[in-house]
Design a protein around this ligand. Sequence first.
Ligand SMILES: [Zn+2]
Ligand SMILES: [Zn+2]
Length: 144
Amino acid sequence: MRCERCNEATAVWRHRNRHYCVPCCALARWDTTVEHGIQLEVGFAVPVRRDPDTPDQWWCTCHVCGAEWVDTPGLNCWRCERIMADRIAAQARTALQPPDDLHDNPRARAEWSDRLRTAVDVGILTMDQARDAIARAFEQAESA
Ligand SMILES: [Zn+2]
Ligand SMILES: [Zn+2]
């Protein structure tokens, strides 16, 4: 079956019930993203031109962060994934930081424990990391 977009290459992927070759599928997915105004957090490789040195690889661009690199069209953008990982790591560090008035302010203590619980619920922290942070905060208080 031929690609429904370029009519040249063999269709290997489906997107919204149509059949596309690899680069056309990435283009079609990006068109759908724009058409529906979807805000992606992690972009993907949208092909710009074929890479002359490597078969099946294309110069691609990520329309979310602007990265350009050679890859298989449609794969997740490495830079968006790194930005996301950094953001998650920063959120985890913030969540683990106990409030300064932890021991004098029950409300601050409750808020911190809520923040840790939320971080565990959304998968930023593991339960063990949250427990360790609490244990450490109270050990420091006892030795102070
Ligand atoms: Zn095609
Ligand atoms: Zn990106």
